[in-house]
Write a protein that binds this ligand. Sequence first.
Ligand code: ATP
Length: 366
Amino acid sequence: MTPVPPRLEIKDLRRAYGGRTVVDGVSLSIMPGQVTCLLGPSGCGKSTTLRMIAGVEMQDSGTIHVDGKLICDTIFRIPPERREIGLMFQDFALFPHLSVADNVGFGLKKGRKAERRARIEELLDRVDLKRFIDGYPHQLSGGEQQRVALARALAPRPRIMLMDEPFSGLDNRLRDGIRDETLSILKEEDTAVLLVTHEPDEAMRMADEIALMRDGKIVMQGAPYNVYTRPVDRAAVAFFSDANVIRAQVSGALAQTPFGRFLAPGVPDGTWVDIVFRPQHVRIDFDRAGKGPLPTAIDGTPARAVVERARFMGSESLVEFVMDHDGSRLKATVPNVFMPQPGAVMWLTIPRDRCFVFPVKEGDHG
Ligand code: ATP
C-alpha cells in the first residue's frame, strides 16, 4: 500500500527581511485531522511561516507540498486563492453589511444555490448559531462572531486550516469553550491544522503535536507530553512554566550541589551545567521544620531554606524560599492551601527524575 502523503509538508522554508533571517529553515508535516501548534515567543517567525504557507508571502527558499503535490517553491507558485487553505486570524473581520448566512457562504462561489444553503445551515448548526442565520454580525457577541468566522473558514472544505492566535481576542471565560468546540469541528472535518500561538497552555490544550520555535528555527517538535517532559534546553523548560535553576560544575560525570550530586552523563569535567526543575517538583519536608535534615534521603541531600513568602493561587499555593547555602531564591508549588509563615525553616529536596541537566550555553544567565 502506498503511504498517504502528509496533508501539508513544508521543507526548509527560509525568509529574510532586509538581510535579517526571520524564518531559518523550518520544516514540518501535518496529516489530515492533525493539529500542530507552532509555539514560540513574539517575533520568532511564526506568522511569517504561516503567511508563506498561505501564499501571501513568498519564501526565499524551501518548498510547500499539499497532499504530495508541490504548491510552491522559488520558481513555481500556486496563488493563495487556489491553495484550498482556510485562514483564521485574531481579527477575523466578518463583513458587517452581509448577513450571517452570506458571511458563511462567502467562499462558496461554486455549486447550486440549494447546496450552498445546505452547507451554510450545516455549519451554523455545528457551531450552534443556526438561529442567527438571517442576523448581522453586530447583533452577535465576540464569541459568536468568532464561531461564524470559523464556519466561514470551513465552508469551502479547506484541506488545511491556518490559524494565527485566533482566540486571543476572546475573554478567558469564553475561550476554553470555543477552543474545544473548534477543535472538535476541525477533527470532524478531517482538516489539517497549523495553529500559531505564543501561549503554552493553548498549545497543550489544542495540539496533537507542538513545534517549539525560537529565533526562526524549530528547536523541538513532538507530542505535548514529550515536549513538556523532555525539553531540549533550559529555555524550553522555562517557556512552559516557572523554572528553578542551580548552576554547578561537573566532575566525573557528576554535578555537586547543596542538594547532593546529580548525574551529568557524557558531560566533560569542568563544564558548568544548569540543573533545571519546575516548582511543582520541589519536595518540601514540612514536618522537619527547624529539626535539621533527615540522615538519609532518597533523592539526594535536603537543603535548608527559609520561607520568604507564600501566596494562594487558587488550585495551588506558591511558596518562595531563600536558600541558606547561598541566599538564592527557589520557588515551590504545593497543591491546595499551604501558607507557611515568612521565616519558617524547611528542608527541600529535588527528585532526580524530575530535573534536567543542561550544559550552560551562551546567553543562559546564572
Ligand atoms: P508575534 O507572535 O508577535 O506575531 P511572530 O512569531 O508571529 O510574532 P513574525 O510576525 O513572523 O513573528 O515576525 C518575525 C520577525 O520578522 C519580526 O521581528 C518582525 O518584525 C519581522 N517582520 C515580519 N514581517 C516583516 C516585514 N514585512 N518586513 C520587515 N520585517 C518583518
